[in-house]
Design a protein around this ligand. Structure first.
Ligand code: BUP
Length: 459
């Protein structure tokens, strides 16, 4: 039967980095007249997820909401104590249980759009219901390629190869330096690795992989995969980014936007390390010293805990009162949730010191803001490579993974000055921004791809 309104079930997994692209995609799909069911896990790991889900749903009462109770793991196979990893594993294990919840919906669902972390369960349910299944990727295409290849890399022969080599070769793609491979990947028994391996095996059975990226940002990897020169078992990679904000203002009146509006154009450094990065006190001290010595105006989102509800200290307990006093006229440090998209879109921002979570990279790209990459964990070193190659930013790979070594204030000062003064970088970043806008505008590659995908669900 032909339906003019596809009914899409969206199934994200834990963390703001995973939820955000799904909510952005939801808003895009609504604007193209799709019917939506949003599956969210209960409980969420962070307070931020919980508040964003409820505000989003109250803004869009037409969305059908399914709260999926994920049973806590009795015995974690995970060696990790990261609450997000544990939730990935738990959700992955019970993902197939969404079957009865979806089977009873009217109108019936036409497709499931799921996170990679639940790909296996979601794909089985989709096959059983006779509907399509797309993956919504929350990372770079380069890192997705690594995850897609993980089932092969973690077999014992390949793992031996990994130990001795300087890089990892995925046939048909530019090799990945070993230093960018997340350490848990070297252990096939690690809960995070095992979860990714079992779900990556489902990728070839999906109908497509929707990516928050755009053609000109990762052109080589994209053409190698879509032209079957690499990872030829994968379905089509469908770049639909940068996904645009869904226009929620979470904190009403903000302190920082009026302040930014008063600063000269491109004069402020924005610093944020994402929603789940706990920076050490020592590193925070070096960063504050380096930042102060750079002399630039700054807006710094500071976090010291992995999960927001554990964040209890006041600013004064983390940063010295003399630092706060000396910089009060040219800097602002914030501990609450900010609207990062609004900040990156503000004319006062001249550069972004970022952990390179993929959403942040795409937001910088969309706004043409140059990035100083300071990747910390997971996909972030790979993302940093991608953004450097695309001309969006600079990166000192010797800074290592987050916490691997203390990055000193003079290194930080030097890199921030480079970020704020390099004219070539500035103009390259601007042209990345122009390309991004072209991709999502009428007739653009990302816009056409999402329109074609929606069209294909109408049959
Ligand atoms: Br913190 C923070 N405000 O205060 P990433 C983040 N964000 O809007 P992450 C805010 O959350 P993973 C804040 O703009 C981005 O859209 C930010 O996602 C927004 O990194 C999102 O950048 C964070 O992908 O997630 O949170 O480390 O590591 O899972 O990618």
């Amino acid at each position: 039967s032909v339906t003019s309104q596809p009914h899409i079930a969206l199934f994200p997994s834990a963390g703001m980095g995973h939820l955000t692209p799904f909510l952005r995609l939801a808003s895009l799909l609504l604007s193209h007249n799709c019917k939506l069911t949003l599956i969210t896990t209960k409980p969420t790991v962070s307070v931020a997820e919980c508040t964003h889900i409820s505000s989003f749903l109250s803004k869009h009462p037409e969305i059908n909401h399914i709260e999926f109770h994920v049973p806590p793991m009795q015995h974690s196979g995970s060696i990790s104590d990261d609450p997000f990893f544990i939730q990935f594993e738990a959700t992955s294990r019970s993902a197939h249980q969404i079957h009865p919840l979806l089977a009873s919906l009217t109108p019936p669902v036409s497709a499931i759009f799921s996170d990679l972390v639940v790909a296996n369960g979601a794909n089985k349910v989709a096959v059983d219901l006779g509907v399509k299944n797309y993956i919504v990727s929350t990372t770079s295409l380069k890192f997705l390629s690594l995850m897609a290849y993980l089932p092969i890399l973690t077999t014992s022969d390949a793992a031996k190869l990994v130990d001795g080599a300087a890089e990892i070769e995925i046939p048909g793609l530019t090799p990945l330096p070993i230093s960018s491979i997340p350490p848990p990947f070297f252990n096939a028994d690690h809960g995070f690795t095992a979860t990714l391996v079992s779900n990556a095996k489902a990728l070839p059975f999906c109908n497509g992989i929707l990516m928050n990226t755009f053609e000109s940002f990762e052109p080589e990897t994209l053409s190698a995969i879509n032209n079957k020169r690499a990872l030829s078992n994968l379905p089509s990679i469908l770049p639909i980014g940068p996904l645009e904000t869904y226009g929620l203002n979470m904190n009403g009146q903000t302190r920082y936007l009026p302040w930014l509006n008063d600063q000269p154009a491109e004069s402020v450094v924005f610093l944020s390390f994402g929603s789940r990065m706990a920076m050490s006190k020592d590193q925070i001290k070096e960063l504050s010293d380096g930042l102060e010595r750079s002399g630039y105006r700054f807006l710094w989102v500071l976090k010291t805990k992995k999960v927001d509800k554990d964040e209890k200290e006041d600013l004064g307990e983390i940063l010295s009162s003399s630092f706060l006093e000396r910089t009060k006229n040219r800097g602002m440090v914030i501990k609450e949730w900010v609207n990062q998209q609004d900040i990156l879109g503000n004319a006062a921002i001249g550069g972004f010191v970022s952990h390179c979570g993929w959403n942040s990279v795409m937001e910088a790209a969309g706004n043409g803001v140059p990035v100083l990459a300071w990747p910390q964990h997971g996909d972030q070193r790979t993302n940093a490579e991608v953004l450097e190659k695309a001309g969006l930013g600079i990166w000192d790979a010797t800074w290592g993974w987050g916490g691997q070594r203390l990055v000193k204030q003079d290194e930080i000062q030097r890199k921030i000055s480079e970020l704020m003064t390099d004219e070539k970088l500035k103009s390259k970043a601007k042209s990345v921004g122009d390309e991004a806008k072209k991709a999502t505008g009428n007739g653009g590659t990302s816009k056409n791809t999402i329109l074609e995908t929606i069209e294909s669900l109408k049959q």
